[in-house]
Design a protein around this ligand. Structure first.
Ligand code: SF4
Length: 270
């Protein structure tokens, strides 16, 4: 696999360097900017993140501002993005940076991993984009691109598949680690797209792609595990008195922790 993958490095770096960098978080390589944008982009579409990111940076332009922001204001800035634990972890990590790193973002993958809410992907993205450390940043886009390039039938939902691809990428990381990682991600977002036929005719590494040669692009990546959805039935009470309406604060932990909701019970009373 190493030999096959080695061939894609230069074309991807070159292709990425020519792409327009119109997104607000691609205007510089400031680690704080990369960090916040990567956290926002988890579970959220790029288009939706743009306005949130811009407003967040206007209100909290430095790590110190993030560490000091009251939780209510932070959650207001995050309102609509969902998965609020991401915002709380950002603040926790900002406090860690103030206390343990003299207010400066750690500069290595290993140190970044120690921060609250920063996992392998985000640490890899920040370390490679901001500091050019030769570490991969493997998200769903990268898993799909690499699986197709080598025509791997391994289930991309399995942690061992991700581990395996990360290991292979580690062996071929170039000096331009950030551009290579961003190139792979962008290729997955724009060209090697999911759930449909990828735009192979526009792909900078088409000539090396085994899934393309074997006409397997719609069968790869393989995703075997199906997540069961939990369905809850609730009765929600709208309690009004004159111009007031009753709301309550949710529990401190769990889904939508500390946010407000209408009073409700977990059963159907209608
Ligand atoms: S040739 Fe097609 S399937 Fe292969 S990496 Fe490029 S876009 Fe993806």
């Amino acid at each position: 696999m190493k030999q096959e993958l080695n061939k894609i490095v230069k074309p991807i770096v070159k292709w990425y360097q020519k792409q327009e960098k119109e997104l607000p978080w691609k205007q510089d390589k400031e680690p704080y900017h990369i960090w916040v944008s990567e956290i926002m982009l988890q579970q959220t579409r790029i288009e939706a993140v743009k306005k949130y990111y811009t407003r967040f940076m206007q209100e909290l332009p430095t790590i110190q501002d993030l560490a000091d922001v009251p939780e209510e204001k932070l959650l207001k800035l995050w309102e609509g993005l969902g998965y609020y634990s991401r915002a709380r972890n950002l603040k926790k990590a900002a406090i860690q940076i103030e206390q343990d790193y003299q207010g400066k973002m750690p500069t290595t993958y290993t140190e970044l991993l120690k921060l609250s809410g920063i996992g392998e992907y985000t640490a890899g993205a920040i370390a490679s984009i901001s500091y050019n450390e030769k570490v991969p940043a493997v998200d769903g886009n990268v898993l799909r691109v690499i699986s197709r390039l080598v025509a791997s039938k391994a289930d991309v939902l399995l942690p061992e598949t991700k581990r395996n691809i990360t290991k292979k990428l580690l062996e071929i990381m170039p000096e331009e680690a950030g551009d290579f990682n961003e190139g792979l991600m962008e290729l997955g977002e724009k060209i090697c797209i999911p759930n449909t036929i990828p735009l192979c005719e526009k792909c900078p590494v088409q000539e090396f792609c085994i899934a393309n040669q074997k006409k397997l692009t719609t069968q790869i990546p393989v995703r075997i595990k199906k997540q069961k959805r939990k369905v809850e039935t609730k009765t929600v009470f709208i309690l009004k008195y004159k111009n007031q309406i009753a709301i309550r604060k949710r529990a401190k932990t769990g889904i939508l922790a500390n946010l407000y909701e209408f009073p409700n019970i977990t059963r159907n009373c209608i």
